[in-house]
Design a protein around this ligand. Structure first.
Ligand code: CAA
Length: 261
């Protein structure tokens, strides 16, 4: 792959968007590679993904403005669909995805981070949806996910004004969960990924499904989704082992890794 680096580190893996000369902007080729790299993730062993950007300056500086500049109406719609499809795939990917936002997360970059389960960022991160300044709307899910994450009022303010916000403000409005000095960001993401990977994988996946699917329906239906996924865990070896280990009074015993079964 030309623009994506994929590295598996034991039970988690890191996807790095690597198009540094354009601050990792998303052209069609990057989007296609992002889709392809998801096919490569070995879901038998990888239990959490991290998405980050190459270099010290940018996570992703948006969709590629050069590529978009001459699109027709139909081509614009198709480009939006291309981004939406791959981001939706990431959002619904069976395992958790952490965005380690290491700099500019503008337009499509902010949107990419919002399709991940969890966002943490470096202290030099900048978030924003600058699209209306370019004569377009956010096109890779920004109008929908930003409003769901930070509330319609704040999302509308950010989108209508096209004003970028720094890491501390992104933290204050709940767009990111934590801010780290730049050199500590990836280690913090890896520590979180390893922590998630230690927990019962089927239970973690079921939590992701319950939260995502539950948010799209009313509370009655959402609780039924939860009940089914909760019940489903009782068919797993990991539930048997996890609870038996808790109940075992032998304090010398060391907890074994979950088996993903
Ligand atoms: N598309 C294409 N190229 C981009 C880019 C983008 N989104 N962002 C940066 N680049 C390129 C620049 O053109 C420049 O290339 P050259 O060296 O060939 O001139 C290179 O990356 C470095 O950028 P700058 O020289 O501009 O770096 P800077 O430090 O002065 O500024 C920046 C950094 C503030 C992020 C600035 O690059 C910028 O404003 N970029 C555009 C951000 C933006 O508007 N993103 C939203 C795009 S629209 C969108 O994403 C639609 C959607 O929802 C799908």
């Amino acid at each position: 792959m030309e623009f994506i680096v994929y590295e598996q580190k034991g039970e988690y893996a890191i996807i790095t968007i690597s198009r540094e000369k354009a601050l990792n902007a998303l052209n069609s080729a990057v989007l296609e590679e992002l889709d392809k790299v998801l096919d490569q993730v070995d879901l038998g062993t990888v239990r959490c993904l991290i998405v980050t950007g190459a270099g010290q300056k940018s996570f992703v500086a948006g969709a590629d403005i050069g590529e978009m500049s001459n699109l027709s109406k139909a081509e614009g719609e198709a480009f939006g669909k291309k981004g939406n499809d791959v981001f939706r795939r990431l959002e619904n990917f069976p395992i958790p995805v952490i965005a380690a936002v290491n700099g500019f997360a503008l337009g499509g970059g902010c949107e990419l981070s919002m399709s991940c389960d969890i966002r943490i960022c470096s202290d030099n991160a900048v978030f924003g949806q600058p699209e209306v300044g370019l004569g377009i709307t956010p096109g890779f899910g920004g109008t929908q996910r930003l409003a769901r994450l930070v509330g319609a009022g704040m999302a509308k303010q950010m989108i209508y004004t096209a004003r970028n916000i720094k890491a501390d403000e992104a933290y204050r409005i709940g767009l990111v969960n934590a801010v780290y000095p730049q050199e500590e960001l990836l280690p913090a993401a890896e520590k979180m990924a390893a922590g998630i990977a230690k927990n019962a994988p089927i239970a973690v996946r079921n939590c992701k499904r319950a939260i995502n699917e539950g948010l799209d329906v009313d509370m009655e239906e959402a609780l039924i989704i939860e009940e089914k996924l909760f019940g489903n865990c009782f068919e797993t070896e990991d539930q048997r082992y996890g609870m038996a280990f808790f109940l075992d009074k032998n304090k010398e015993k060391v907890k074994e890794p979950f088996k993903n079964k």
